[in-house]
Design a protein around this ligand. Sequence first.
Ligand code: ATP
Ligand code: MG
Length: 378
Amino acid sequence: MYVKNIRLSNFRNYDNLSAEFENNINILYGNNAQGKTNLLEAMFLCAFGRSHRPAKDNELVEFGGQGYTVSAEIEGAYGSPTIDISSQKGEKKSIRLNGIPVKKLGEMMGTLRIVMFAPEDLLMIKEGPGERRKFLDMSISQIKPTYFYDLQKYLKVLEQRNNLLREMVENPKLSDTLCIWDSALTESGARIIAARDAFIKRLSGNALARHSALTEDGENLEMRYLPSIRAENMEDIDEIRDLFNKLLERSRDREQKMGATLSGPQRDDFEVYVNGKDVKSFGSQGQQRAAVLSIKMAEIDIIKEETDEVPVLLLDDVMSELDKKRRDYLIKGISGVQTFITTTDKRIFKNLKNKDISYYNVTEGILKKDKKRPSKGS
Ligand SMILES: Nc1ncnc2c1ncn2[C@@H]1O[C@H](COP(=O)(O)OP(=O)(O)OP(=O)(O)O)[C@@H](O)[C@H]1O
Ligand SMILES: [Mg+2]
């Protein structure tokens, strides 16, 4: 699939933008603070209904404006859906899919599938487990809509259960009602854990192939899931659910004391090993970046296999950090994938032998397509 056109009004530093794109590599170049990342952010918004940055919706509105709109037309294997997002002051954000209002975010998930690699994605390695769970949740939701529904349900029940546990600190009699939440929690929780296990196993296999090709000396990469509930057979949802129930029973006293649910997917994590060592603790900056890149490339592979659609790839500030060899490998590896690459220096692409590259200059929220490829030495 690819983004055929995108229209922005009062979005970040774009007053009005209407841009057409082809199904190829699009290089967005320009100085710092001109709107390159903002444009990728708008595309991400069309895929997930939210920014890839921890930005609140009103921060996306152009300074001084009353609201923004973002519209995109997608060309996919199964049609040409349109997405319209509008957020106006004092109103709830509205999302339309093919002109029809979307009531739940899950209804739009998968319309535009995006794999993004932005500086923030390194947090997936560097930071705590929350970032890694966020990665899992967004990736799996794009492939498997039922996962997104399970997750929404789980988080809602978890919140209600935690509220009850907190109230029970004052009022222990409430404990009789706890079991009402337990079955809903373990049902959806078990499905989430099984889906995460299957996804990580598959991702790990694909990322290994991608990584050994990306790195000169064929580094080995492995991902290991650290589930909060470990069943003998991680495909067996009933087994996971029963174990989860037992765990809740056993930790009931402790949960009441702490006022929080102590086990479940909200405690999951995964590790990434490069050549047998945890890349979080022992990897160089470059190794960590390469590991995330390989994982993202593997995600593209899985989306292709699972959905028969090629996702759109967004690479923000990635290219200049890679050496030439890795850059070349990356460009080769994304043939057939519509890709948007931001850079402050378009010269790093000048020797690429890929004719399917378009260049766009971004200056102060205005996008201008280059007429022809930059000549050598420019
Ligand atoms: N809500 C907003 N309204 C207007 N301008 C905004 C808004 N939010 C951010 N900006 C402006 O957008 C610009 C940053 O845009 P963006 O992050 O896309 O830059 P960039 O081209 O990716 O730069 P870099 O190369 O440094 O990454 C900044 O000048 C910032 O002030
Ligand atoms: Mg940027």
